[in-house]
Ligand binder design. Structure first.
Ligand SMILES: [Ca+2]
Ligand SMILES: [Ca+2]
Length: 168
C-alpha cells in the first residue's frame, strides 16, 4: 500500500490588520470620511467590516472595497458632532476573526486648523505639491505669528529628497 504524506497547514491565525487610516480627521459634520486598513492573511481574507461607534454609542457596520491588500470605505458619514471610534473586523477563510484594531476621528470645530490636499498620485516630473492650510479661527489682534508643523506625512515612491516645508 502506498502512503503519501501531506503537509497540512493549520491556520489559527486571524488576519493581520495594520496601517489604519482615516481622512479627513477632523471631518466637517455631515461629510464623508474615508477609513482604510491593510489586511492580509496566509489563507486569504474573507471579509473586512468597519464598525463605527458614534458619540451617542450608536454602532453602524460598513462594508469595504478591496484594492490590493487595502480595504476601504469612503462613504462613511459623520452625522453626529464629536468623537467617533471605529473598529476593523476582519475574518479569514478559516473563520479566524480579528477585531482589536481601533481608531478615532472627530467632527471639526470652528477653531480647528484646516488642511486641504489632494489624494492623487504626484505625476512624474512634478517637483512640488501644494498644500492649502488655514483656519476659521479669528485670532486675537495680538497674535503676530503662526507656525505650521507637518507630521505624519505619507510619502512613498522614489523620493530623493525628504519632505520639508518652506516659510513664505
Ligand atoms: Ca489566517
Ligand atoms: Ca484619526
Amino acid at each position: 500500500m502506498n502512503e503519501r504524506c501531506f503537509d497540512v497547514l493549520l491556520d489559527n491565525t486571524p488576519p493581520s490588520v495594520t496601517d489604519l487610516y482615516d481622512f479627513p480627521d477632523p471631518v466637517e459634520l455631515y461629510n464623508y470620511v474615508r477609513i482604510e486598513a491593510t489586511v492580509t492573511d496566509l489563507n486569504g481574507v474573507d471579509e473586512v467590516l468597519i464598525e463605527v461607534s458614534e458619540p451617542d454609542s450608536t454602532k453602524t457596520n460598513y462594508s469595504t472595497t478591496k484594492s490590493g491588500s487595502v480595504y476601504y470605505n469612503n462613504t462613511i458619514i459623520a452625522d453626529q458632532a464629536g468623537t467617533h471610534t471605529y473598529r476593523i473586523y476582519a475574518n479569514d477563510t478559516k473563520g479566524n476573526v480579528n477585531s482589536t484594531e481601533t481608531g478615532t476621528f472627530r467632527t471639526r470645530s470652528d477653531t480647528d486648523f484646516i488642511v486641504q490636499r489632494g489624494y492623487a498620485t504626484i505625476a512624474t516630473g512634478q517637483t512640488d505639491v501644494m498644500i492649502v492650510a488655514g483656519t476659521d479661527y479669528i485670532a486675537p489682534s495680538s497674535l503676530s505669528r503662526a507656525f505650521i508643523r507637518i507630521v505624519g506625512t505619507r510619502l512613498s515612491g522614489d523620493l530623493s529628497r525628504p519632505a520639508g516645508a518652506s516659510r513664505c
